[in-house]
Design a protein around this ligand. Structure first.
Ligand code: H2B
Length: 95
């Protein structure tokens, strides 16, 4: 069972994740791409990860920008699963 992280753990995790921030009980980042097609390739990778991990973020696509927002509904807050998804998404951007 994944448990909700205390605020100090969230803060220290965020220090390791450039441009991710805590907003309304979730973690969020907006990724910028050169083209809509690049943005959609990224979204597809995040979707594959989400299905594999059974952990699903909110995904907002605005042409060449993608905003990922994620919290753990089952735990009622931010958990290690959200940071694992954040790290994976950062990896997909540079892939
Ligand atoms: N995604 C997110 N973001 N939070 C959850 O708590 C969650 C999920 N729970 N995806 C998963 C699905 C759970 O309902 C299933 C049974 O694994």
């Amino acid at each position: 069972m994944t448990t909700k992280l205390p605020e100090e753990s969230i803060k220290s995790e965020l220090e390791t994740l450039p441009d991710w921030s805590e907003i309304s009980g979730a973690v969020q980042k907006t990724f910028q791409f050169e083209t809509f097609s690049d943005a959609m390739t990224f979204v597809s990778k995040v979707a594959d990860y989400a299905e594999h991990a059974q952990h699903h973020p909110e995904i907002l696509i605005r042409y060449d920008k993608v905003t990922i927002t994620v919290s753990t509904h089952d735990a009622g807050g931010i958990t290690e699963k959200d940071f694992a998804l954040a790290r994976a998404a950062d990896g997909f951007q540079s892939a």
